[in-house]
Write a protein that binds this ligand. Structure first.
Ligand SMILES: [Zn+2]
Length: 278
């Protein structure tokens, strides 16, 4: 079976197509997908509804780094409530992003019309969520863009879940992989890695140990260059990634590692279950 370690099935771009998506996911033999909430008032209830509708959905709740500045005052109460009511749920998407800071917009539509939170504030919110995950041994899914030093600071100064944590769409260096492995990291990749210009990411991918590797789509983000599964009524140039492109991610990643697909599938299944369902 195939496992999607990271997506956003709750995003409204996908909502009109859920029946089709579910049929296509059954056709590729999906075993599980971690669906990541990003903001308590925007999408955590949608994640809950998806988990009630599809038994392969593993819910995950977190304040995404882009949503740190627009978080509600009572976010911690909500965070604890959602995670305590859903014992199978994990923590995420949390993390750090300096790319969004570098864009430097005061009112960013991507950030609910807020300015991005300074990196120190992102670190504080990330660390609080990570500590809760550690105290309750839930997995944590981490987004990190251009903030690898600050992320290492957080990971070294905060308790880490015993079961481990996921660095989704890992974009750090190959030299740092061993350091993150020591701390308990898993690394997930989507089809964006097949772009030969992603030299640094492709180099790091090759040194990720087989027992720490996972596959993701990040759907509806990262549509593959040549869409395999596409959603109806979409205009070229405005593609959304269909979650069933997971099958394409497996095939591409097996090629890049020089492995046959069934070897990769077996390893990913074991890793996914160890981190998210054991
Ligand atoms: Zn994401």
């Amino acid at each position: 079976m195939l496992y999607d370690a990271h997506n956003h099935l709750q995003f409204e771009e996908l909502t009109p197509h859920l029946d089709l998506i579910a049929t296509d996911l059954a056709a590729i033999n999906l075993g599980g997908a971690v669906v990541n909430g990003t903001h308590p008032d925007d999408d955590w209830d949608d994640v809950v509804a998806l988990a009630a509708r599809f038994d392969w959905v593993i819910p995950s709740f977190g304040i995404h780094p882009w949503d740190v500045s627009a978080r509600p005052d009572d976010w911690q109460l909500k965070f604890i409530h959602y995670l305590e009511t859903h014992p199978r749920a994990h923590v995420g998407e949390i993390g750090l992003d300096r790319w969004i800071l570098e864009l430097g917009r005061d009112k960013d539509p991507m950030l609910n019309g807020a300015a991005p939170a300074p990196i120190e504030e992102q670190m504080e919110i990330c660390a609080w969520q990570l500590r809760w995950a550690a105290d309750h041994n839930r997995a944590a899914t981490i987004h990190c863009v251009r903030a690898w030093g600050p992320l290492l600071d957080v990971l070294r100064s905060t308790p880490i879940p015993k079961r481990g944590f996921l660095l989704h769409a890992y974009g750090g260096s190959s030299e740092q992989v061993a350091e993150f492995v020591k701390l308990g990291a898993y690394f997930s990749y989507n089809t964006s890695l097949i772009d030969p210009r992603k030299i640094r990411q492709r180099k790091a991918f090759q040194v990720v140990p087989a027992d720490r590797l996972l596959v993701e789509t990040d759907a509806p983000a990262f549509p593959p260059p040549q869409p395999y599964y596409t959603l109806p009524n979409q205009k070229p140039g405005n593609w959304q990634n269909h979650p069933a492109n997971l099958a394409m991610a497996y095939a591409d990643l097996a090629d890049l590692r020089g492995e046959d697909r069934s070897t990769l599938e077996t390893a990913i299944e074991t890793n996914f279950q160890r981190l998210f369902t054991s």
